[in-house]
Each structure stands twice: as C-alpha cells, then as structure tokens.
Design a protein around this ligand. Structure first.
Ligand SMILES: [Zn+2]
Length: 347
C-alpha cells in the first residue's frame, strides 16, 4: 500500500474491507440538498445528481419556518413525482433499496426535516413521517423551540419533550441529525440517543469560525455514537468565497484527522433556487430572525454560495490529495453514511 502524503502521523487505519456494506464499496451519498419547498419544484437537479453517479440524496421537505400543511403538500407532491418515474428514482426504505437503485442506475431519494416544529410536540409524529419517506431529522433550525436549541439562539439544553423526541426518533428508525442545533443541546442529544447520530451538513469550527459549524468536542461526541459528520459546501461554513471540491476535502481531512475517516461524509447542502418558487408564502417569514445578521448572515449583501454539484466528480481525487487511501475515500463518499443508515433505518 502506498503511504499517504500530507497526513498527520498516528491516524489509525481502518481494517481492509471494514467500510464495505454488503459488497458495495462505491455508494455515493449526499446527506442534504434543498429543492424549492413547493409542490411545483422541478426535479432537474435530481437528474444532475443521478448523471454524476450519486446513488442517494436526502431532499429537504420542511424546516421550522414551514407550516405543516405546506410540509404535507411538498411530501405528497415529491412522492408522486418520484413514483411517476420508477425508471429514474427509488424512495428507499433500507440501504438494500439504495444498493438496488445503484445497481440499476437509479437515484434513491430520501426526505429530511430541518427542525422539530413539524412534529407538533407529539412523539407519535416521527413514526408517521418515517412512513412518508422521511429518513433524517434535526430538531432546531438555528432558533430555539419546544424540543431543542438552535445554534443561533440562547443556550438552554435539550428539553424534557426533546428527550422523549430523541427516543421517538430512535424508535421510528430515523437518522438523528444535529445540524443547526445548539452546542450543548447537540451534546445532550448525542448522549441521549441509542443510535448513531450524524451532522448531515456542518463543518469544523476550527477551520471556519461560524456559529453553524461544530467544535472538536461535538465532532468527538458524534464519532463516539458511531456517527458521521457530513461536510457542507456552503461558502460561509467552508470559510471561502467560491467553494470547490478541494475546500470540502480540506474540511473532510480535518474531521478524519480528529476522529478517523470512517466518521466523515458529504452533505453538499446545495440550495437549488427556481424562479417563482419560494420556500414560504410571501411575507410569512422574517429572514433576519432565522438567519440573524449578528451570526454572520447578510442576504442584503450576498446570498449563500455553494460548490457546484459537479464537485461530486472531483471529490474522489481531492480526497486522495488530502491523504486518504481508497477505502477511506469510499467511506467518505457514501460508505460511512450507508453503514450508519443500515444500523438506524427500520428496513
Ligand atoms: Zn440546513
């Protein structure tokens, strides 16, 4: 085996074959993307993922600022659109479904929720959303709610209802996510969860000082659950103006050096804007509340920039360039998230 260059000495090497899930070593898994939260959303972006050889993508179907009737309309429309093209798409219930999709050149599409408000304070709701195709949830979108703390709000910790919700998410077989969540609260979720916990789109704070990013303590706690930190390509979270695959790889290498490459994944976090399709009814949401200027957001100056989806093409070479060997690269591109999903999802 060639000795990887540019790697910190002493990182433990995973035993050969440990990242293989039922023989598949090359799954590509994007842990978070955002189509317009509108039943009329165009699925052309999903075709771009599929054409790039991505096998699973998690599509957001609602955030804390979206009312439940909107979330339901989006889920219904997205399910219908996916079901209408069984030659292109699969709504997976298990990692075996993702593998079958991959083997036939189709894209597996799971849904995710960003925030606990769509759960209506009812621990029976995670199981219902799981039946609808939701495979992953975090509990707070930047701001506090009845369940958890957001990363841009006053720190309180996981609420009593939040503890019951963690158990309900575990029981329902949803991936427990801690993106957008307050620091202390995320640590409490990770210690309460009986299953591995992920950050589906969050980057190391050590490389980019932004409140949405995660501390070494959070990264270590995530790895201790057996979970995965998926690197976002959002400019502010990477700390660059024009994000590219090399920046994603640099952040991936930091997490790998801290806790091992088997705890690293990819969630490019691309927001696909489409003309005339807004994420909420006009005037119903105050962006300055959800993305406070004090936390480094200023949409009056610039929207978020993301890496182009074609970054998926360059990621294998960029991950090798930062010193990962082939098994580690395969894990980061998808094997690691597949391993966690196989442990957590009910199928
Ligand atoms: Zn997000």
């Amino acid at each position: 085996m060639p000795v990887p260059r540019g790697r910190r000495a002493g990182r433990r090497r995973a035993p050969p074959g440990s990242l293989r899930i039922r023989g598949v070593t090359t799954l590509r898994w994007d842990a978070h993307t955002c189509l317009p939260l509108n039943p009329a959303a165009d699925f052309a972006p999903l075709e771009r993922f599929r054409a790039l050889g991505v096998n699973y993508v998690s599509v957001n179907v609602g955030m804390d600022m979206n009312a439940v009737p909107q979330v339901m309309a989006v889920i219904a429309a997205f399910r219908a659109k996916l079901a209408a093209r069984p030659d292109l798409y699969v709504i997976p219930e298990s990692v075996a479904d993702v593998e079958r999709a991959a083997a036939s050149g189709r894209l597996a599409v799971g849904f995710d929720l960003e925030g606990a408000l769509p759960l209506l304070d009812d621990p029976a709701m995670p199981a219902l959303y799981a039946r609808l195709g939701v495979r992953q949830i975090h509990f707070a979108y930047n701001r506090n709610n009845s369940v958890a703390d957001g990363c841009h709000d006053v720190e309180r910790g996981l609420t009593a209802l939040g503890r019951r919700m963690v158990a309900a998410v575990n029981d329902a077989g949803l991936l427990m996510d801690c993106s957008h969540t307050g620091r202390r609260c995320s640590l409490e979720i990770m210690s309460a969860s009986r299953r591995p916990v992920v950050f589906s789109h969050a980057n190391p704070l050590a490389l980019a000082a932004h409140g949405r990013n995660v501390t070494d303590e959070q990264i270590r706690a995530c790895a201790a659950t057996g979970g995965v930190v998926c690197i976002s390509s959002v400019s502010a979270f990477l700390g660059v103006a024009a994000p590219a695959a090399a920046d994603v790889a640099r952040h991936a290498a930091y997490v790998a050096d801290l806790v091992g490459a088997r705890h690293v994944g990819i969630g490019l976090d691309i927001g696909w804007r489409q003309a005339g399709l807004e994420d909420w009814p006009a005037g119903s949401v105050d962006p300055a509340y959800w993305w406070p200027r004090s936390a480094g957001y200023d949409f009056a100056i610039a929207r978020m920039a993301y890496a182009p989806v074609e970054a998926w093409q360059e990621l294998p070479a960029e991950l090798r360039r930062v010193g990962m060997h082939d098994d580690e690269v395969a894990g980061v591109l998808g094997g690691n998230m597949a391993r966690v999903a196989a442990e957590v999802w009910p199928g």
